[in-house]
Design a protein around this ligand. Structure first.
Ligand code: GDP
Length: 297
């Protein structure tokens, strides 16, 4: 997920920790290299700048302790700063799903992995949290997408709202709500339609669905391989419909990982989960300390 970044930072820190004493210039050079590594990983420029500034400030102010070398101390500061830049409020992976039936709205662009993630999340809620889950596809323009969700539902043993031809997304959302109430479901997931790019019609449709569903969580599903584009998509969706969190997909690919590092700082919204493959189990809680550990190798 962060192989290149990890390798680059590893090189910088190897050199740094091998030295006994560090001059201010040594630290400056190392931090310049950290900044380049972050930019190469497609972290946005203001985030990379801010990150290095924060590390520099702490490194110069850090009390020298005998137990670690100055280089190790810098690495520790980078580690803590990575956690800070990745962290959101609340417990990682926790969703607001009390007061059943709790609606969760899944939004995003077409091809980002929304339908797959909806099913993965449903499976997780069912198996880990013991919830009774209902899924509904609102993608009326793509019957294949509605079928896809139904097939995944059968595969994972989660109910899907029966497909009624000719119904619009708002009517489906209302029917899902009624069905979830009557059927004693804890959670219902609304898989909205995606488009290849953000357009007015898509946003209006998602807004209309949001207004009737009043979701407890609105999760943006976005392809992590698209780097800074993923962050822009999140900004756009947040401005229009208001999101509560992000799921970054395709983090099993050879992406540079920058989206993960910029997301929280730029949008103010936490990454809740990462998608690590096509299989229904390939959804992981986004845990900042584990991710920071992975980046620093
Ligand atoms: P949607 O149009 O946003 O609903 O996207 P889909 O859920 O149909 O996903 C598009 C493709 O991406 C499918 O082939 C999925 O199997 C694949 N996909 C989704 N999430 C992941 C992931 O985390 N990793 C990988 N490698 N593939 C994924």
């Amino acid at each position: 997920m962060f192989e290149n970044l990890s390798e680059r930072l590893g090189g910088v820190f190897d050199r740094l920790t091998k030295q006994g004493a560090l001059s201010e210039d040594d630290v400056k050079t190392a931090l310049r290299e950290v900044r380049v590594a972050l930019l190469e990983a497609d972290v946005s420029l203001p985030v990379a700048r801010q990150f290095v500034k924060a590390v520099e400030k702490k490194a110069t102010g850090a009390a020298v302790t005998k137990s670690v070398t100055p280089g190790q101390q810098v690495v520790k500061i980078v580690h803590d700063e990575l956690i800070a830049v990745l962290s959101g409020e609340g417990e990682p992976g926790k969703l607001k799903i009390d007061n059943p039936p709790a609606p969760i709205l899944m939004v995003g662009l077409q091809g980002g992995g929304k339908t797959t993630t909806t099913a993965k999340l449903a499976k997780r809620l069912k198996e880990r949290d013991g919830k009774k889950v209902l899924m509904a596809s609102l993608d009326v323009n793509r019957p294949a997408a509605m079928e896809q969700l139904a097939i995944l539902g059968t595969q994972i043993g989660v109910d899907t709202l029966p497909i009624v031809k000719g119904e619009d997304p708002v009517a489906i959302a209302k029917r899902a709500k009624t069905q979830a109430g009557l059927g004693g479901y804890d959670v219902y997931l609304l898989d909205t339609a995606g488009r290849l790019s953000i357009d007015e019609e898509l946003m209006r449709q998602v807004e209309a669905v949001r207004d009737v569903a009043n979701p407890r969580e609105t999760l943006l599903v976005v392809d992590g391989l698209t780097g800074q584009d993923a962050v822009h998509t999140a900004e756009n969706f947040d401005t229009r419909v208001g999101i509560t969190g992000v799921v970054l997909t395709r983090m099993d690919g050879d992406g540079r990982g920058g989206a993960a590092l910029s997301m929280r700082a730029i949008t103010g919204k936490p990454i809740k989960f990462v998608g690590l493959g096509e299989k229904m189990d390939a959804l992981e809680t986004f845990e900042p300390d584990r991710i920071a550990g992975r980046i620093l190798g």
